[in-house]
Design a protein around this ligand. Structure first.
Ligand code: C2E
Ligand code: MG
Ligand code: MG
Length: 415
């Protein structure tokens, strides 16, 4: 990839320093350059870019949303943007930021102390290799669809929930399913939520999708109840929807009209820094709880002020983010974090669920640390209702219920 084909985003709150870097990039022959004054603006630029952003040159210390928070949100978008950190922070802190960025799965080109020289900038950018996601997910990337195309797709009834099972780790039995939205696009096939959720959220149209999901998921759950009386369905809620105080009433009505008892539905929420009106959100959540819905804290461990969240919301389930669960069987620090999250859930009298369980080893290790439930590719990938119905019929609880064989070489207790 030559330099002039690249699209580079410069994120820097100091406008003088920003224009210095922009000038350097221009002198290197880069044609597509965009700018942002902090992380929040940068995410908007990335979401709306017509030409996908390849590299973000990112300052760390910025008002509103700093560079670290930016990277956390960036990872969720699976946008394929690579990051070059420019900062005046001390080396030890930069090293830990580097570890954090890698842990988030960010493709990090490098960490450079400011001010960067032209030669440094040139050699770092020359080494740039596009992140594979950028190539793989061009179609799925957020910018690929305009708001109008997405809304047209909703009007044409092209959005469907796919269901992923959640199993009880003590019995191996199916305990519920999570509804994950898919766009069944007539030309591009099955499109993942990363390609449209952020766009809908940014433009305040996410509720249209939420209600499609609530209605279809409630109907599916009611259907499955005849064979699986205890099954629950989990639906993801966007925080932005919670700003509207009418939301709880509307959700209750839609779910009841679809014939489902709200006690069979779990609403999953992830707190984020973008949560604008805490009071309205808490009013909605309290009302939903009062109407019988159960609340789950999704992506636990990655959210913004997640400890504070635990004290504010009447939740009944804690979903430990997959970034902690992956590789946790062989990583001591991850094991401690996961185990203490599970212990905390138990002390708070709520269920713990591990997301992203991909191997038998992960599953066994989760049982050892007392996790209640698991969800992940090792059990099954998300699937459409017909396939899920078949899954329920064939599900063999004993396959997951057997206690793990204890490897005597490995520590038995996770303490
Ligand atoms: P989430 O709610 O945390 O959902 C779990 C995601 O992890 C799903 O991705 C699921 O397919 C994926 N997953 C499950 N098991 C594994 C595994 O073993 N390995 C790996 N690598 N991944 C696994 P998906 O379906 O692409 O959804 C991504 C995110 O989009 C969801 O994360 C959720 O935040 C959002 N989302 C999905 N559906 C909706 C919706 O209807 N409304 C809203 N507002 N957000 C939604
Ligand atoms: Mg979820
Ligand atoms: Mg999650």
């Amino acid at each position: 990839m030559t330099l002039h084909n690249l699209n580079i985003l410069v994120i820097e709150d100091d406008s003088f320093q920003r224009s210095l870097i922009v000038n350097m990039l221009q002198s290197l022959g880069v044609l597509n350059i965009c700018e942002a004054g902090d992380g929040k603006q940068a995410l908007e630029v990335i979401d709306q870019a017509v030409i996908p952003v390849d590299i973000a040159l990112c300052d760390m210390d910025m008002p509103e949303m700093d560079g670290m928070e930016f990277m956390r949100h960036l990872e969720k978008r699976k946008s394929g943007v690579s990051v070059l950190i420019l900062s005046t922070l001390d080396r030890a802190l930069l090293a830990s930021i580097q570890t954090m960025a890698k842990a988030y799965g960010i493709n990090l080109i490098g960490v450079v102390e400011k001010p960067i020289s032209l030669a440094q900038l040139k050699s770092l950018i020359a080494q740039f290799e596009p992140h594979e996601i950028n190539v793989r997910q061009t179609i799925a990337a957020t910018h690929a669809f305009s708001l109008e195309e997405i809304r047209q797709g909703m009007r044409a009834d092209q959005f469907e929930p796919y269901f992923q099972p959640k199993i009880d780790l003590k019995t191996g039995k199916l305990s519920g399913m999570e509804a994950l939205v898919r766009w069944l696009h007539p030309e591009h096939g099955v499109i993942s939520p990363y390609a449209f959720i952020a766009q809908l959220e940014l433009n305040n149209h996410i509720d249209e999708l939420t209600f499609i999901m609530l209605e279809k998921s409630a109907a599916a759950c009611r259907l499955l109840q005849s064979e699986n009386p205890d099954i629950t369905v989990s639906v993801n809620l966007s925080l932005i929807s919670l700003n509207n105080t009418e939301l709880a009433h509307k959700i209750t009505r839609v779910v009841k009209d679809a014939g489902l008892d709200p006690r069979r539905m779990i609403l999953e929420i992830t707190e984020s820094a973008l949560m604008t009106d805490v009071a309205h959100a808490l009013e909605n959540l309290a009302r939903l709880c009062m109407h019988g819905f159960r609340l789950s804290i999704d992506d636990y461990g990655t959210g913004y002020s997640n400890m504070q969240q635990l004290t504010r919301i009447a939740f009944t389930e804690l979903k430990i983010d997959q970034s902690f669960v992956k590789e946790f069987a062989c990583n001591e620090a991850l094991r401690i974090v996961v185990k203490s999250s599970i212990d905390m859930a138990h002390k708070l009298n709520v269920k713990s669920v591990a997301e992203g369980v991909e191997t038998q080893q992960d599953l066994d290790a989760l049982k050892r640390v007392g996790c209640d439930m698991a969800q992940g590719y090792f059990i099954a990938k998300p699937m459409n209702l017909a396939a899920f119905t078949e899954f329920c019929q064939k599900h063999d609880a004993t396959r997951f219920a057997a206690l793990p064989l204890i490897d005597r070489r490995a520590p038995v207790n996770a303490d």
